[in-house]
Design a protein around this ligand. Structure first.
Ligand SMILES: Nc1ncnc2c1ncn2[C@@H]1O[C@H](COP(=O)(O)OP(=O)(O)OP(=O)(O)O)[C@@H](O)[C@H]1O
Ligand SMILES: [Mg+2]
Length: 253
């Protein structure tokens, strides 16, 4: 076999990530949607070729024992998430870097990516577990946002940033990349922190992002119920109660 799969670097319910000979092999479970994997590869390639951002090179898309995999350049280092857990005293410093990297991403344009409003509209329309009225209100609100064309990572959180031992950083995991509104990308990051129970960091992040980007907090908060509703479509039942809370906040605004 071309790759030795004995060094596991991460395990998820639907994939295992290995490292071998300077490459990262993200190996999906059998029967995982080919379209999703190819879409992740395409998004990654578009960002890699269309920007000068530090991202690992996509090496190949291949199958190993009937399982699809994405092979990328392996970045030696630690995720920002690990570093933040290890050094809680440096939280503010790390958050500053985190926001600066996100703003660098958001300063880029990759015109061939899907548009965030199209993606969210589709997801909201499919969201069968949200009541009809709420869904309608959220769709109306979505249409009210202007069309922007910033590069949005879509899953911007510290586990998707790798810091090397020389202090360089790489941004990984471009499966959810779109072009659209910076506020929407920030709302998702805020929600990702909240979903992990990191409420204090979530608030700090929101304040910092707003300060550094010049985007009023209120504009970001207006996206949160929409982003929470799109997360509902992922079908993770354990998240429903939490997400419903964020969607309901909408009623009281
Ligand atoms: N090119 C790479 N170089 C080094 N480590 C990597 C690379 N790609 C992935 N990893 C490691 O594997 C982990 C999971 O990879 P990735 O984020 O791409 O998968 P994921 O399924 O999206 O995970 P999650 O849903 O938790 O974000 C990363 O957090 C990182 O530790
Ligand atoms: Mg990831």
């Amino acid at each position: 076999m071309k790759y030795k799969l004995d060094k596991v670097i991460a395990t998820r319910p639907t994939k295992t990530v290995y490292c071998d000979n300077g490459k990262t092999i993200k190996l999906f479970v059998e029967n995982y949607s080919k379209a999703n994997i190819l879409n992740e590869a395409l998004n990654h390639a578009r960002v890699e070729e269309g920007t000068d951002l530090n991202i690992p090179k996509l090496v190949e898309v291949t199958t190993i024992n009937n399982r699809w995999s994405l092979v990328t350049q392996h970045i030696e280092g630690e995720t920002l998430e690990k570093l933040m857990n290890k050094h809680p005293e440096k939280e503010d410093q790390f958050l500053e870097v985190f926001v600066a990297i996100q703003l660098e991403v958001l300063s880029k344009k990759v015109p061939l990516l899907s548009r965030i409003k199209d993606k969210f509209r589709r997801k909201l329309t499919e969201a069968k577990n949200i009541d009809e009225n709420t869904r309608y209100e959220l769709l109306q609100r979505l249409e009210g946002f202007k069309n922007h064309d910033r590069l949005c990572h879509g899953d911007f959180n510290p586990s998707n940033i790798i810091v090397t031992n020389t202090g360089e950083y790489y941004i990984i995991d471009w499966s959810h990349a779109t072009q659209g509104n910076a506020s929407a990308d920030a709302a998702r990051t805020f929600l990702l922190f909240s979903m992990q129970g990191k409420d204090e960091i979530a608030e700090k992040y929101l304040n910092l992002f707003s300060e550094q980007s010049g985007i009023p907090k209120k504009n970001i908060q207006r996206w949160v119920p929409i982003v929470a509703a799109t997360q509902m479509t992922k079908g993770k039942e354990e998240e429903y109660e939490f997400l419903s809370k964020w969607i309901d906040i909408f009623d009281y605004e």
